[in-house]
Design a protein around this ligand. Structure first.
Ligand code: HEM
Length: 448
């Protein structure tokens, strides 16, 4: 006989709708933990389940994966991205994943480190001229530009000039902010002409126009045997099973999944490094020894384990995607508890990756947890910022290489420090961000 999943008390009408806002990730993780790791709560009319139990991760994402599809949260993001890999399920997903995967194999990713290093070197070049009186510069917008230019060059093989990058980046970030509000609150249907909905439709139109032009021009150039700029996109254009619309949806999905997540993770890493000078110094020593003043390439990454560990520890403490959501197709047995058919369950990486049962001093920033000799001992169900099981992030290697190369480029040039009184505050806007501004004091380490 299965037991009922413990219920979190709430308001008779609203349930826990007010508690969920503004930082839903903390509420989800905290509520599950308070009830032994698995709990249910209600936000207005919706009942939701939350877990921080590694055994549920194993069950839902691996052992009984056929019983689950993506939760409704993903459907609203697909308004911007179209029906790309992140959102589809079943056989369509299986076929698509096979088609998209080759673009993300290690060999195809060889250029990423170099692209990321070059794009970041260009953006950070003028930092000394932009410092305020306290020596600080505002890094959030720059990190977004670096992430956007890196993914654009990797996917499309082209550069984005400063103004275009800013507009494009703001449109995507703005849309994600609106979607975040929708997922955690009451939302009007997409067809209603509210200000938020109009902004979403405008962003989608801007993305569609820009990318469809790229796809058509590329298809024509490839057919005429003309030289093309390259990029991951091209491997999809040659695929007879993918229409222009499919390629558009997949490219938009890669953009939306890979841009804001990367920018957010970078912001946390810089903040943590600025706050932990001893870690930053170890990274500086590593980067000087390995790169000796030049920009990082793919072959250098393996020799930058300290910086890679910083990136991984950042993703443990502040996973940009804090939880994954699934819907059960049939009733399930979660270690003796009954999960009804059609339930939405949130698996909190944020909660699991900070669990005192799984981690020593879970709130402390200790990159040495991810030192190569210790890394393999970390179970996948205790640390999965890129998701786990067959729906694991297709861009996980891309992202880690990118993070490492960008951090190396910044640390090679600048010493970072946190201006007194600066606090990084968790703010959930689809991705988990350290607020919308992050001033960091930078000092030039060497003549460039
Ligand atoms: C730090 C950066 C990143 C983080 C934290 C991250 C996180 C995630 C997570 C948690 C999932 C799984 C969602 C689920 O199971 O429901 C996912 C899936 C996905 N990610 Fe990422 N991601 C990152 C970077 C990227 C990049 C750079 C790309 C592409 C260029 C990308 C493309 C995708 C795609 C296409 C999926 C769907 C895969 C599938 O369902 O088969 N991500 N990501």
């Amino acid at each position: 006989m299965l037991r009922e999943i413990p219920r979190q008390r709430g308001h008779w009408l609203l349930g826990n709708a007010k508690d969920v806002l503004p930082n839903a990730h903390q509420f989800v993780a905290g509520t599950a933990a308070a009830h032994g790791g698995l709990a249910r709560f209600r936000a207005l009319h919706r009942t939701l389940y939350a877990t921080v139990r590694p055994e549920d991760v194993r069950h839902i994402l691996f052992d009984n994966v056929e019983n689950y599809v993506k939760s409704y949260h993903y459907r609203s993001t697909s308004v911007i991205s179209g029906w790309g890999l992140l959102f589809i399920d079943g056989n369509l997903w299986r076929r698509r994943r096979r088609m998209i995967q080759p673009g993300f194999r290690r060999a195809s990713l060889r250029p990423i480190a170099e692209i990321a290093a070059r794009e970041s070197a260009a953006v950070i070049d003028d930092w000394p001229t932009r410092q305020g009186n306290d020596g600080a510069i505002e890094v959030v917008a720059d990190l977004r530009t670096i992430a956007l230019r890196t993914i654009t060059r990797a996917l499309l093989g082209i550069g984005l000039d400063g103004e275009k990058a800013d507009r494009f980046g703001e449109a995507v970030s703005g849309a994600l902010k609106v979607l975040g509000r929708r997922n955690n609150g009451v939302a009007w249907p997409f067809w209603m002409p509210t200000a938020d909905n109009r902004a979403l439709h405008d962003t989608r139109a801007a993305l569609d126009d820009f990318l469809m032009d790229q796809i058509r021009a590329r298809r024509a150039a490839l057919a005429a045997n003309e030289e093309t700029p390259g990029g991951i996109l091209e491997s999809y254009i040659g695929d007879p099973e993918l229409s222009d619309q499919n390629v558009l949806d997949e490219t938009k999905t890669l953009f939306t999944a890979g841009f804001e997540t990367a920018a957010t993770a970078l912001a946390w890493s810089l903040g943590l490094l600025a706050d932990h000078p001893e870690v930053a110094e170890a990274c500086e020593a590593e980067v000087d020894r390995v790169l000796n003043g030049r920009l990082a390439t793919f072959d250098d990454l393996i020799n930058l384990p300290t910086i890679t560990a910083v990136a991984e520890e950042t993703l443990r403490l502040f996973p940009p995607i804090t939880q994954v959501g699934r819907e059960s197709l049939a009733e399930d047995d979660l270690g003796g508890y009954r999960l009804p058919k059609g339930s939405t369950i949130l698996i909190s990486m944020y909660g699991i990756q900070r669990s005192p049962e799984l981690w020593d001093a879970p709130e402390a920033f200790r990159p040495e947890r991810f030192a190569p000799e210790r890394r393999d001992a970390i179970p996948e169900v205790a640390y999965f910022p890129f998701g786990a099981g067959r729906r694991t992030c297709i861009g996980n290697n891309f992202a880690l290489q990118e993070q490492t190369a960008i951090l190396a480029t910044i640390l090679q040039r600048y010493r970072l420090a946190m201006p007194p009184g600066t606090e990084m505050r968790e703010s959930l806007r689809v991705t988990l961000q350290p607020g919308s501004a992050l001033p960091i004091r930078v000092t030039l380490r060497k003549a460039a």
